[in-house]
Design a protein around this ligand. Structure first.
Ligand SMILES: [Zn+2]
Length: 303
């Protein structure tokens, strides 16, 4: 989820408010709605704030999510740490990479974590045709399902990018892919409430820890800042102060970085004595599958 929208930097500093007129989904909020045909020209169909996780705000509960892996050394190290603290996380894996490291995918599932999709090649889907997006999504889902047959299928758009293509809307394609694979609307997209900017090159483990902590207790945090050095775009960390912490929600991190593994360990140690609860994503209201029956269709071709 590198190089995310600049918008995300400010999301962490604004209270959870919804612009007037934004459609509110009380049920199955982070699933595409069955009865809506999404239109990329409709601003209500391409926002971000309506897909945050208000049920966790101010609860001191969080969902840990890790994107872009699995990584051959850092993901196993992270799994050791999650085991030590008895914490369950969600891994949004890149399909092609998961295929390369099946043993790590297997371990993620065996240790009680949720395996999820993050496209086949981490492509910004706003630059893809509907057909290309459908292919990447389908391959990603199938790769995840090889290891994770449970009914939940969570998917995160690389860069959080969706709904900006002129000719189609991603949610309509997601519904079509889901219909084909599962015979009902079963793919749940997942955004995030707290961005640690852990991917920024000069972020240190202690900066990641500090940023996570500040999302609960306020104070100094770091976010990414875009700069240009010798004509090239560079992202660096920028300190800022969180005055009104969200204090609960979905956390975005990346298990491909060693510093993220260390920063997570520091945070989990602190969390033990600071009234923090880490919850699995499938137990959060906005992501629950409830009575959905989402088994892969028997008509699905073999992988
Ligand atoms: Zn990513």
């Amino acid at each position: 989820m590198k190089n995310t929208f600049a918008l995300l930097a400010v999301l962490t500093t604004i209270p959870l408010v919804y612009p007037c007129g934004v459609h509110q989904y009380d049920d199955e909020k982070q699933f595409p709605e069955d009865n809506i045909v999404y239109n990329p020209a409709n601003p209500e169909h391409r926002g971000w704030s309506q897909y945050l996780t208000p049920s966790l705000a101010k609860t001191r509960k969080l969902v840990l999510t890790f994107d872009d892996g699995p990584h051959p050394t850092n993901t196993p190290k992270l799994l050791d740490i999650l085991k030590k603290y008895n914490v369950k996380a969600t891994f949004f894996t890149v399909g092609e990479v998961l295929k390369k490291y099946p043993k790590i995918g297997k371990r993620i599932v065996e240790e009680g974590h949720i395996l999820a999709g993050h496209d086949w090649r981490h492509t910004n889907s706003n630059s893809e045709s509907a057909k290309q997006f459908a292919e990447g999504l389908t391959m990603s889902v199938k790769q995840v399902k090889k290891h994770y047959p449970n009914r939940e299928m969570y998917y995160r758009f690389p860069y959080g990018a969706y709904g900006r293509h002129q000719k189609y809307h991603h949610f309509n394609v997601m519904k079509e892919v889901s219909q084909k694979l599962f015979s009902e609307n079963c793919i749940n997209f997942a955004f995030w409430d707290m961005d640690t900017s852990d991917w920024v090159s000069n972020m240190l483990p202690k900066d990641i820890f500090q940023t996570l902590k500040a999302h609960f207790d306020g104070g100094k945090a770091y976010r990414f800042k875009k700069t240009t050095v010798n004509g090239r775009t560079k992202y660096v960390k920028e300190p800022f102060t969180i005055k009104n912490p969200i204090a609960g929600g979905v956390v975005l991190m990346h298990d491909i970085h060693a510093k993220t593994v260390k920063g997570t360990e520091m945070f989990l140690e602190w969390a033990q004595t600071n009234n923090i609860e880490i919850v699995p994503i499938n137990q959060v209201k906005e992501f629950e599958y409830r009575n959905k029956n989402c088994e892969l269709s028997s008509l699905t071709p073999t992988f």
